[in-house]
Every structure is written in structure tokens, then in C-alpha cells.
Design a protein around this ligand. Structure first.
Ligand SMILES: [Zn+2]
Length: 301
């Protein structure tokens, strides 16, 4: 009897030490989308995007888009960054063909965490794939947690002024999911501390109030850049290209360049929500721009 085919099997949980902290990245879900063009590249010739994909051994017509929240255990508090897609797909007809079902809670259990273990949920920005796992059937999933929102991001989505057409439904979701959590939330601005060792960094652009987070313990440092760069080749090798899902496109470009410059100069480990799993890597300078260097074993030593 030949051995049976078992289907794909890929890692979804990764944990390492950062000084005295434990950091776990958990892939909530992933989806294959058509593209990369025209999503990436804006006004650019589609040919350039396709050529860049091919030069990096990527299919120019389809790309894998992972969703990877991150948990930091500081030893005192368990801090979850973003919540994945949750039940959005089953609860909202409009998202059926857009987002995969979330698996964060199931995979957290495999990693040793229950939802009620989470002390703090940090929402980097208000897009569906980051807020979707906050509630299920209208009830908070992380029952004992307090929430941390960027003040600028919360205001933007709550007020709902200047929300572009493509984000109108996103805004409805935000009002339904996040606004009711305000009485258990703290609202922070760049430079503010979430808990000792975790500090917000201005990354406004992709969402009007997107925040990155600098994480430091015992002199070991990293940056969770959330959605500052949304594809490990296109957004990093060509940070100046506009992206259809960026809300403030010019600011997003300026932010990408500034953050890429910072992580390169400071040689920071980066965690990115949409980088290939485990979502960890470094950025190095390359001809004309930058290049993603995936984490191998640096943090395992
Ligand atoms: Zn995202």
C-alpha cells in the first residue's frame, strides 16, 4: 500500500525569547489573492510589478497573504497584538470572498494560552483583519483584557469623516466591534508606553492612525511593524509604490521609508503581520532600496 497523501502541513506557531520576554507569533489564517498588480504599484506599470515578482521567484498573478498576530509575555502581563479575522467571514456576507476564517483562539490553545489569560489587547489599527477576532457573536473574546487603541486611529474610525468608499464597510465594522470596548480601553499616541518595555511608534498612513510597537527587554530589541509593509518583496524593495489598501497613500509611502530606514540603521528584528510566517526578519540595504532577510535562527540561540 502506498502511503496516503495528507495534504499541506505548515507551521503556524513560533516562540522565542527576547531578553526576559517570551514572544509568540501565531498565524491566524492566510488567503491566496490575485495580484500582485494592480493592488501594489498604484500608477506604476503593471509590467514593473510583474518583473519584480519574477526576479524574486514569485508568481506574478497570485500571492499568499498571511495574518499573524503576536503575543508578548513580559513575565507580568500577557499582551496580544491584533486579533486576526475571527468570525467576520461567517458573520458578514460582504467578507465571504475576501477574508479567511480566523483560527487565533484554537492556535493560542496549542501555544498554551487561553483567551482569558490575555491581560492587554493592543490594536495596531482598525482594519478588519486586525479587529475581527475581538468579538464573537457580539461578545468580547478576551474576557479579562483591557484594550489599547491608538487615539488617532480610534478617533478616525469612530468619527467616520473622510472615510473613502472602499472603507465604508470597514468603518461600520469598527463602530460595531471597537467602539463598545471604549470603557475598557486606553488611548495612546506615539511615544506612549503600553506596559514597561513596549512603546508605540508613529506609523500613520496605511491606516490614518497605524502604530508600530518597539519592544525591549534586557537590551534585546525588536519592532512589531504591523502593516507598515504589506508584502515582503514589493512593499520593501519598492516602498515608494502606492498600495490600494493604504488609506493615506502619500503618508504611507513616507512612513514605509522612515521605518525601513530605522530598522536597517538600528539592525532591529522585525515582526510583520503580513510577512511570510513566522513573520520575522531583518531589513538590509540593497541596490536602490531594501530587501527582507527572513529570520533563521538568530533568536533561537
Ligand atoms: Zn492587515
Amino acid at each position: 500500500m502506498p502511503a496516503p497523501m495528507h495534504g499541506e502541513m505548515q507551521p503556524t506557531i513560533y516562540r522565542f525569547k527576547l531578553g526576559g520576554f517570551e514572544v509568540t507569533t501565531i498565524m491566524d489564517s492566510k488567503v491566496v489573492r490575485a495580484g500582485l498588480t494592480p493592488s501594489f504599484g498604484g500608477e506604476q506599470q503593471a509590467d514593473e510589478v510583474r518583473a519584480l515578482a519574477k526576479a524574486n521567484r514569485l508568481d506574478p498573478d497570485r500571492y499568499e497573504h498571511p495574518f499573524t498576530p503576536m503575543i508578548v509575555n513580559t513575565g507580568k502581563e500577557l499582551v496580544l497584538f491584533d486579533t486576526g479575522n475571527g468570525s467576520l467571514r461567517e458573520e458578514h456576507e460582504q467578507l465571504k470572498n475576501r477574508l479567511p476564517a480566523g483560527n487565533l483562539v484554537t492556535r493560542m490553545a496549542e501555544a498554551g494560552y487561553k483567551p482569558e489569560d490575555v491581560d492587554v489587547v493592543v490594536i495596531t489599527h482598525g482594519h478588519p483583519d486586525h479587529i475581527g477576532g475581538l468579538t464573537k457573536g457580539g461578545k468580547p473574546v478576551f474576557a479579562k483584557a483591557r484594550y489599547v487603541f491608538g487615539a488617532a486611529d480610534f478617533d478616525f474610525w469612530k468619527k467616520g469623516e473622510n472615510v473613502r468608499e472602499a472603507r465604508k464597510f470597514n468603518r461600520e465594522l469598527y463602530v460595531k466591534i471597537c467602539v463598545p470596548l471604549a470603557d475598557r480601553a486606553t488611548f495612546i499616541k506615539p511615544g506612549d508606553e503600553v506596559v514597561p518595555g513596549i512603546t508605540a511608534v508613529d506609523a500613520f498612513g496605511h491606516s490614518p492612525g497605524l502604530m508600530d510597537f518597539h519592544i525591549e527587554s534586557d537590551g534585546r530589541r525588536m519592532l512589531n511593524w504591523a502593516d507598515t509593509c504589506n508584502h515582503y518583496v514589493v512593499a520593501i524593495q519598492r516602498p515608494e509604490w502606492q498600495l490600494d489598501v493604504d488609506d493615506d497613500k502619500e503618508k504611507a509611502v513616507a512612513t514605509r521609508k522612515r521605518i525601513l530606514d530605522m530598522v536597517t540603521n538600528e539592525n532591529l528584528l522585525v515582526a510583520g503581520f503580513h510577512m511570510p510566517f513566522p513573520g520575522l526578519g531583518y531589513v538590509e540595504r540593497a541596490a536602490g532600496g531594501y530587501r527582507w532577510a527572513p529570520h533563521s535562527y538568530q533568536m533561537n540561540l
